[in-house]
Design a protein around this ligand. Sequence first.
Ligand code: ARG
Length: 483
Amino acid sequence: MVGHTGTGITVSAGNADGRKQLWHGRFASGPAEELVAFTESLSYDQRLMHSDIACSRAHVAGLGEAGLLDDAEVAAVLAALDQTGREYDAGQLAFEESDEDIHTAIERRVTELAGPAGAKIHTGRSRNDQVATAFRHFVKGELAGVARRIVELLEVLAERADEAGTGASAAYLPGYTHLQRAQPVLLAHHLMAHGWALLRDLERLGDCRRRVDVSPLGAGALAGSSLPLRPDSVAGSAGFSSRFENSLDATSDRDFVAESLFVLTMVGIHLSRMGEEIVLWSSSEFGFVRLDDGYSTGSSMLPQKKNPDIAELARGKAGRLLGDLTGFLATLKSLPLAYNRDLQEDKEPLFDAFDTVGLGLGAMAGLYRTLEFDRARMAEAADDPHAAATDLAELLVMSGMPFREAHAVVGELVRRSIDEGTDFAGLVGADPRLGEAAVALLEPGASARNRLSPGSAGPAAVSQQRARFEEALGSARSIWGIS
Ligand code: ARG
């Protein structure tokens, strides 16, 4: 027997008591051991247990409405479904060798519990629409969980941005392009940049959920059924917003898996970029942040070390998320309509992506909540007078000089200060085109406060941005029902 790995679940030793595969009628002999080992999905698709039960309840109620099961049969099957769920939760559901996936196991147990009524549960249903329905149901719940965790991280970023401030004592650091110091920016602005990226992920999750939220139940194996099924009401009672439009598409569509994987991978890539930044910032070379003991690790050999492992794994695990996404896209490519067993490969990558992103978001929220920013070190790096060069050029523009000319004037002063080893502020002060106002821009923090345009890194713009962020976060919260 293959090793089903669910916690607390017992597996019977074999098929000796005459348990049958779902398709046994057509076959003279049972499946080979290698076939079972290679094709089973029970060892991982147990995670769909409660989603399958919820969707099976809706299916059975629909069969009742259609008059295909009478009230007593409906009641018996619903009770058997509930009991199967309880047995599973208590670790008391014994799997059989013939249970190739969780859907088969549930049907088998329901039939044992409810007798002949139980044997009617698969009426008008194939595992092809059943598995797609249960998986969509599960994915909806998981997407909501990821949304909650993103909101938690966004709250941390917003809190840290508020603490960094926009007032006279606001924290600021060099902004970089090409990883070279470019222009000073407020720390609040920098933190919010990550916030906006994650907020877009939250919006993408919401878009994705709309397309996941469609029930394939009633599509049968591929073509629907001759029975008077009620896919609309079944969709509603399974908690879906609508039902499928085309049975071939419904049973074979896994866009919803690929799309969920993309959104999760995008979150993972954003966490990876944030992680890379923390790795840099916590190095002695930058020294912009110190990590909390609870969110960093030591070295087994080097006593002085404090390592940014969460940040590194946020970076490293983006690689596996990319693998989950691209591997599954490769599985989908070239599949003919409709269901093919290849589609069973949809589950493990998406389970992995949910687990990886969920844990990563939680760990990064803790890391950012407890980071200590070294404002003095950041300011020292940002107050490099050359970082104010653009402010000086813009000052000349305000007095009417064409920008290209202003760029050259300031560029030449920078070059002279470097070549001659002279003080930049001295050169600026002595230049009749620049003077007092220009020297004031070289004061500590002056350049960081001198970004004035909307959306920029300066105090007024960042305060306005912060308010807009709160608004956008509020609408995302209400879309996901997060208070
Ligand atoms: N475990 C299968 C899956 O996840 C269930 C569907 C099997 N359908 C079939 N016709 N063999 O895709």
